[in-house]
Ligand binder design. Structure first.
Ligand SMILES: O=P(O)(O)OC[C@H]1O[C@](O)(CO)[C@@H](O)[C@@H]1O
Length: 410
């Protein structure tokens, strides 16, 4: 469950509740609902799928789970996995970037014979995923016999051909679900299930949020409300959306949100630049900028009523006075103090409070963001589900790689 608080985004600065009347949020609501109801976009219908099919991905012996993917094919899984793990990542290995040091050190460490290996790519043609798969393939070929399992989740391209050629299991992603909205499909749920996570609770959270998001009344629909608030502030020159999480294990939720916001809304000169901040750490680095720098930001605080680990501490303050409190009280005071200080400076901010950091609340929050981005796409009147600009870089990069990595003095 989560609570959404927006009072500091509408009463300060130059955005007020009256401004809502200038935004066609009813139109945005109807357009998105029509796309979702007609199945033009499928990220809603998939949360109602039958979960029995996930029995294929059981990992009763708790062996390693290696996930190879990029962007929408891996970030949602990482967001949920790291979001739920209390800094204890025993059997999970995520390989995305093409940084040789990272990939090679993971591959040196992991025993592939004792692993379920997921190769995930909707297009089947993503450079990093392709290369990382070939590294794994080479490592497997050097083994006397391979006792692990390889599962491909792909809809086509080179990787699908490769899977078919080698008789690997292949699962597909619903075509109408764009990669960065696919965490609730087999892309996210299969590896999470293998990692022992209760995927039914994730979907319960998403369904709970879906009910709220069906509300036409904007004040009862947190995704629509947060979307309109960000849209209005962007129109007033605040084009940076900072998510400041006071739950450090949500770092990868931040990475996921950056892709969702950036790739979906950054089109035709629109969009907000997403930034991830971790509280309380960033109070000692970026807060000066947020408070006193250019007034071009909307801040979203993410916090929780309950940290799974907590302890009472007695310490002396700088005046040698004794203070006794829980560690969670300290970080909560820091969050509230930052919120008050930003509000005093006229920096708009909203707050999402999870009642606890569990499958349900993460499912609810991630689905809320998917819906919010859907609504915002309609407000901007753009296609939130493609990424044409990214394709330009891919073409240049493949050309350079074909020249054997000879990028000269460019
Ligand atoms: O699942 P794929 O096709 O490998 O794509 C990975 C990611 O690459 C992108 O296409 C951008 O390059 C993202 O939209 C996508 O999530």
């Amino acid at each position: 469950m989560l609570k959404y608080d927006y009072k500091n985004a509408v009463n300060i600065g130059d955005v007020s509740l009256e401004d809502f009347e200038k935004v066609d949020f009813n139109g945005a609501y109807s357009n998105l609902m029509e796309k979702l109801n007609k199945g033009v976009i499928g990220f809603r219908e998939i949360i109602y799928d039958d979960l029995n099919k996930y029995n294929d991905f059981k990992n009763e012996d708790g062996i390693n789970v290696v996930v190879v993917g990029m962007g929408g094919s891996i970030l949602g899984t990482m967001a949920i996995y790291y979001g739920l793990s209390l800094y204890n990542y025993n059997n999970a290995y995520f390989i995305d970037n093409s940084d040789p040091e990272k990939t090679l050190s993971i591959l040196k460490k992991v025993d592939l014979n004792n692993s379920i290996i997921y190769i995930i790519s909707k297009s089947g043609n993503t450079l990093e995923t392709l290369v990382n798969y070939y590294l794994i393939k080479r490592k497997i070929e050097k083994l006397d016999s391979f006792k692990g399992d390889i599962i491909f989740i792909t809809n086509g391209g080179k990787l699908k051909r490769e899977a078919e050629k080698n008789n690997y299991k292949v699962y597909s992603i619903p075509e109408n679900v764009p990669g960065r909205f696919s965490v609730f499909t087999v892309v996210g749920l299969a590896p999470l299930y293998s990692l022992g996570i209760d995927i039914s609770k994730i979907l319960e959270g998403a369904k709970y949020m879906d009910k709220l998001c069906q509300n036409k009344n904007i004040f009862k629909n947190p995704a629509l409300l947060n979307g309109v608030i960000h849209y209005l502030h962007e129109k007033k020159g605040r084009s940076i959306s900072v998510v400041m999480s006071y739950i450090e294990r949500l770092k990868y939720f931040g990475e996921w949100y950056k892709q969702l916001f950036g790739e979906s809304l950054g089109k035709n000169n629109n969009g907000l630049t997403p930034i991830l901040s971790i509280g309380a750490k960033d109070q000692h680095s970026l807060l000066q900028l947020y408070m006193d720098g250019k007034k071009d930001k909307v801040i979203t605080f993410i916090t929780t009523e309950k940290y799974d680990l907590d302890e009472e501490i007695t310490f002396e303050d700088i005046n040698d006075e004794k203070i006794s409190c829980n560690l969670s009280n300290i970080i909560k005071c820091e969050q509230i103090a930052t919120e008050m200080a930003l509000t005093q400076r006229g920096v708009p901010n909203v707050r999402i409070t999870l009642d606890e950091i569990d499958e349900f609340s993460l499912g609810a929050m991630m689905y809320m963001y998917e819906m919010q981005v859907g609504f915002m796409g309609e407000l901007y009147n753009i296609d939130a589900y493609n990424q044409p600009a990214v394709e330009e870089e891919k073409r240049i990069c493949w050309k350079l790689i074909k020249e054997c990595g000879n990028y000269g003095d460019r």
